[in-house]
Design a protein around this ligand. Structure first.
Ligand SMILES: Nc1ncnc2c1ncn2[C@@H]1O[C@H](COP(=O)(O)OP(=O)(O)OP(=O)(O)O)[C@@H](O)[C@H]1O
Ligand SMILES: [Mg+2]
Length: 311
């Protein structure tokens, strides 16, 4: 178990991290979510022991992580935000270099490299130079590097930045597998949808402070119902016909984008039937109906008053 207790970090007058605490259990993925400059990398750097905190402490399995050379640190692996690969070296040689940092050698190192290249789907590219890898493949190699010494705790700092959707899905599948194997994962991102898809627990940080720390469901409950209905209209036709939907009782807003009609209601149960009835009576056909949950974007906006994208 990873326990982060009241971490603080200052850079001159700037408080980059203020009283950040959380716990992560084996088999759990904790999402550290926040906009640019929120303090995510600083927090992860302090947990990994790369940055000395100005206050607070980190425990692993109850034991305090003390110094640079603390053997407890070996139980952690870090996938850094900045790629740490040597372009001129092959994938295998890059991993051998990382393995040496963890004092792995010989048959153990070779077996670990093979196992982890396999995990990230790069076994057939082992001899290729990193320079010839796509951004997504480099990220996957970076993940393999962090796993060589088989850490119990994996810290991932925005591991999908600049990654194509296919590699992104491959990385997600890897992380889900690691979770099944009982690893503890801390996943830093500013993509709301990534945290929603992957994380059991979500910590939202803003200007170095934790503004929410709870399960995904509980974080969603922090914001009022969005009461948004989405309907796929098969025959939308032309014009602003949906303006008539806005005049129905209980409808606050209605807009159309491509084939999707989005209707904001004051109460889902009361007002939805009126919308359905109006559409049916006016000859519209509907192929799909969904109501939208508050996404984390909305949660962030509610908690901070600012959008994540331009925070
Ligand atoms: N070495 C440093 N010296 C001075 N200020 C720093 C240093 N490193 C980070 N900061 C500042 O600390 C704050 C937190 O930065 P940090 O890199 O932790 O944010 P982040 O949440 O990881 O952001 P991003 O999403 O952009 O990676 C920012 O205001 C940043 O400018
Ligand atoms: Mg960062």
């Amino acid at each position: 178990m990873l326990e982060v207790e009241s971490l603080h970090k200052r850079y001159g007058d700037l408080v980059a991290v203020h009283d950040v605490s959380f716990t992560a259990h084996p088999g759990e993925m904790v999402g550290l979510l926040g906009p640019n400059g929120a303090g995510k990398t600083t927090t992860v750097g302090m947990i990994a022991g790369l940055l000395p905190p100005d206050g607070g402490q980190v425990r692993i399995g109850g034991g305090l992580v003390c110094s640079e050379t603390d053997p407890v640190k070996r139980r952690m692996g870090l996938v850094p935000q900045e790629l740490a690969l040597h372009d001129e070296l092959s994938a295998r040689d890059n991993l051998a270099l990382f393995g040496a940092l963890y004092r792995l050698s010989g048959a153990d190192l070779r077996a670990s490299i093979d196992r982890n290249l396999d995990l990230v789907g790069l076994a057939d590219r082992a001899k290729d130079r990193a320079a010839h890898f796509s951004g997504g493949m480099k990220r996957r190699l970076n993940l393999a590097a962090a796993l060589l010494h088989d850490p119990d705790i994996l810290l991932l700092d925005e591991p999908t930045v600049g990654v194509d959707p296919q590699s992104r899905n491959a990385i997600f599948a890897n992380l889900e597998e690691l979770k099944r194997r009982g690893k503890t994962l801390v996943y830093t991102t500013h993509y709301m949808e990534e945290a929603e898809r992957l994380c059991d627990r979500i910590i939202i940080i803003d200007h170095g402070r934790v503004i929410a720390n709870d399960t995904l469901d509980a974080v969603r409950r922090l914001v009022p119902n969005v009461n948004l209905l989405q309907l796929e209209i098969e025959n939308p036709g032309e014009g602003e016909w949906f303006a008539a939907v806005r005049t129905l009782p209980g409808v606050d807003a209605a807009d159309m984008e491509n084939h999707t009609l989005r209707v904001r209601l004051d109460n889902l149960l009361d007002a939805s039937p009126r919308v359905f009835g109006w559409l049916r009576d006016n000859g519209y056909r509907c192929s799909h109906i969904a109501s939208q949950r508050a996404d984390l974007e909305t949660v962030f906006l509610t908690l901070t008053g600012r959008s994540v994208r331009n925070a």
